[in-house]
Design a binder for this molecule. Structure first.
Ligand code: 13P
Length: 255
């Protein structure tokens, strides 16, 4: 069984459309031709158009950072998966910043995942514990709860179309990376078994699970070399073409 290796750049609320196009162009123009992984750029919604133009004809794919669950309607300020489907292959769902600042809960994550799949988008479902939960020994309980919530009512066939990003909140933007062993343990000992309990061992071993949290060029190869880590969801370091390309290069540790 070979899982996909995916390196995704989550640009969060950075870059104007024009700046995003320039960054995407810089990444694409220096991208090696025989990639050992999939590469996805996730700009803000306003920059999807310029990034889409910049990556046209390359192997780089496009992702959004969030979506609503309805196809359309009176939801001011929201973007539906139907609207993203023409541009994007991926959509990040349930990022900890959305859980922390924008009221995202398991139920909304679940609705968004189902809707994204309906419109042919691959959801990158974020799970992970915060510092207090980590220190209280609640990591397994939290990641299992996030997995159970996100996958509620999802068939095995649909589950196989999803990607998970394990992002310990205490490692995001803090410069504190989970050690490669810590990240691999959470994925291998907690997240895959939670999937196995919902489905079976084959499904649990087939789903791509990325690590996210202060991934940079200097630690990418070690993280990506771990047996359970199938890629990276990169924040800050994805805003610099050279750093991001260094992380993409680290994916060759997998092959
Ligand atoms: P950093 O790489 O900046 O820690 O962010 C991780 C993240 O939240 C990616 O979604």
């Amino acid at each position: 069984m070979t899982r996909k290796i995916i390196i995704a750049g989550n640009w969060k609320m950075h870059k104007t459309p024009q700046e995003a196009g320039v960054l995407a162009q810089a990444i694409v123009s220096a991208m090696p031709t025989n990639l050992a992984c999939e590469v996805v750029l996730c700009p803000s919604h306003t920059a999807l158009a310029t990034v889409s133009t910049a990556i046209a004809g390359s192997a780089v794919q496009l992702g959004a950072q969030n979506c609503h669950w309805e196809a359309q309607g009176a939801f001011t300020g929201e973007t539906s998966p139907a609207m993203l489907a023409g541009w994007c292959q991926y959509v990040i769902i349930g990022h900890s910043e959305r859980r922390q600042f924008f009221g995202e809960i398991n139920e909304t994550v679940n609705r968004k995942v189902k809707s994204a799949l309906k419109y042919g988008l691959t959801p990158i479902i974020c799970v992970g514990e915060n510092l207090a939960e980590n220190e209280a020994g609640l990591t397994q309980a939290v990641v299992s709860d996030h997995v159970n919530g996100a996958y509620a009512g999802l068939s095995a066939e649909d589950a196989l179309k999803t990607v998970i990003a394990y992002e310990p909140v205490w490692a995001i933007g803090t410069g504190k990376t989970a050690t490669a062993q810590q990240a691999d343990d959470v994925i291998g000992l907690y997240i895959r078994p939670a999937l196995a309990a919902l489905y079976d061992e084959v499904v649990a071993q087939s789903i791509t699970i990325q690590y996210g949290g202060s991934v940079k060029a200097s630690n990418a190869a070690e993280l990506l070399g771990m047996p359970n880590i199938d890629g990276a969801l990169v924040g800050g370091a994805s805003l610099q073409a050279g750093e991001f390309l260094g992380i993409v290069a680290g994916a060759s540790a997998k092959s």
